[in-house]
Design a binder for this molecule. Structure first.
Ligand code: SF4
Length: 229
């Protein structure tokens, strides 16, 4: 496994834990608002080989609680379970960030208790899913299956949506509320622009719009919250 990015310490990426975040390359979505698009379009170069990463981890025992694995989409990598087994063998907790498009990998990681916490993106209502992830004819069935797997698992999890003014409206959050009714945790995050984002014309929603979306969600997802707003 090649490592494409490493944040050596973060208090933000793994809730209630001191963690490092490792970034893997590749993704099957092409979200126009992606913050890590260089990992998606293949322009990023590897930062280090796996052995160098494990040598770094060896020096962080007792300092870090866990490792957040992000991307790109980590579940694209067949070597992911072995990679996680090595991290766990060193005594670290593991959090996985996923776009929810690889239910088989997700299920096997959960069944083998390889992940302690999963953060899954809910990109939009199913009606607008494909357009929101830059793959207009997307089959949304894998996303449905991943939602079902997480909501029926014994692992800690969260769903989260990066809200973009041009992609999301109240009706979408009505539908999302039905898709994840009763979810343990659901966070709305306000889109922020960066100069690496592929579509520079996109905008964040206002705080008032986000609060209205929470009202809409509250019927089906009382645990929905805003994050970082
Ligand atoms: S799923 Fe995540 S990594 Fe993949 S394109 Fe979308 S925002 Fe980027």
């Amino acid at each position: 496994m090649q490592i494409y990015g490493l944040q050596k310490m973060t208090l933000l990426d793994y809730p209630e834990h001191v963690a490092a975040t490792v970034f893997l390359n590749g993704c099957d979505f092409k979200c126009p608002y992606c913050h890590n698009f260089e990992l998606v379009d293949g322009t990023a170069r590897p930062l280090m080989e796996e052995e160098e990463f494990f040598s770094f981890l060896g020096k962080r025992k007792g300092i870090l609680d866990g490792i957040a694995i992000s991307g790109g989409e980590p579940c694209l990598h067949r070597e992911l379970p072995d990679f996680i087994r090595r991290i766990r063998a060193m005594g670290f907790l593991v959090k996985l960030d996923t776009n929810g498009y690889h239910p088989e990998m997700l299920l096997s990681l959960i069944e083998e208790h390889l992940v302690d916490y999963v953060a899954m993106d809910i990109k939009n209502s199913f009606t607008k899913y494909g357009i929101t992830v830059g793959v207009p004819k997307l089959d949304t069935e894998p996303v449905r299956r991943s939602i079902d797997i997480l909501m029926n698992s014994d692992r800690d999890y969260e769903f989260r949506t990066t809200v973009v003014k041009e992609f999301h409206d109240e009706k979408d959050f009505e539908e999302i509320g039905e898709m994840i009714r009763g979810a343990k945790k659901y966070f709305l995050q306000q889109y922020t622009c960066r100069d690496t984002v592929p579509d520079q014309t996109l905008n964040p929603p206002s705080k008032e719009e986000l609060k209205q979306y929470l009202v809409v969600l509250s019927k089906n997802v009382p645990n929905a919250r805003l994050r970082g707003v």
